[in-house]
Design a protein around this ligand. Sequence first.
Ligand SMILES: Nc1ncnc2c1ncn2[C@@H]1O[C@H](COP(=O)(O)OP(=O)(O)OP(=O)(O)O)[C@@H](O)[C@H]1O
Length: 255
Amino acid sequence: MTTDTIINLSGIKKIYRTKEKETIAVSDVSMQINTGDFISLVGPSGCGKSTILKIIADLIPAEGGSIEIGNANRQIDRSRDIGMVFQQALLLKWRKIIDNVLLPAEILGLPMKEARGRAKDLLEMVGLRGFEDVYPYELSGGMQQRAAIARSLVHDPEIILMDEPFGALDALTREKMNTELHQIWRKSGKTVLFVTHSIQEAVFLGTHCAVLTAGPARMASYFPIELAVPRQIAIKTEPEFGAYTRKIYDLLGVE
Ligand SMILES: Nc1ncnc2c1ncn2[C@@H]1O[C@H](COP(=O)(O)OP(=O)(O)OP(=O)(O)O)[C@@H](O)[C@H]1O
């Protein structure tokens, strides 16, 4: 593990057990992730993507393998230093947008004056300046998801875990959110793990891509995506972009 490595997963395994059956959710997943990397996790439904995020967030234990989070320069407390974004924005409807963004700071007992200033800056960064005092129902789905991204950053976590954050958005809004997330990631310098079913989204956003296959769940490949940064929509028509999507289709066995 180098001083830049912030997450090191080696041979991670997870089996869910119910009365009726055992499900191998994750089998032998290994990834070495450096500070500031953007990792796209792609694979079919049920192949264990969310399970990997839950293990990293320390919400569930792994059963085998080793997991190291942080390094000699940066200690990571997983209850404080990880932010999460889910498929639904999950904003509290009775709280104004600014108060939704402040929620993690409140839960962690951070000084609220500084947190409020930071929440305002983050809302500006995600393009929601002027929407601090409105309620969630007054925002579109894409705007709500941007508020959720601001919320995931308010306590200045080192690592952001995103589980299909744009899955519920229409195709055009999703494209726009991809470009915006790419800019937010570049500005924030955070390490991001991003689960998606969309191969195009995985290639567009990732500095690296982990491809998982189902039945039994396993990691098919983990490789860097060496496309120019910053990324703009036009890159999707470039041959290198096509070559990466082709590679992922091949790994997933899609003809
Ligand atoms: N709490 C649980 N108890 C039992 N089985 C579970 C549990 N959570 C997940 N599983 C099973 O583990 C496997 C992996 O689930 P997981 O949610 O990690 O997959 P996923 O790749 O994120 O799926 P999707 O893309 O559909 O969200 C699935 O077969 C699922 O049914």
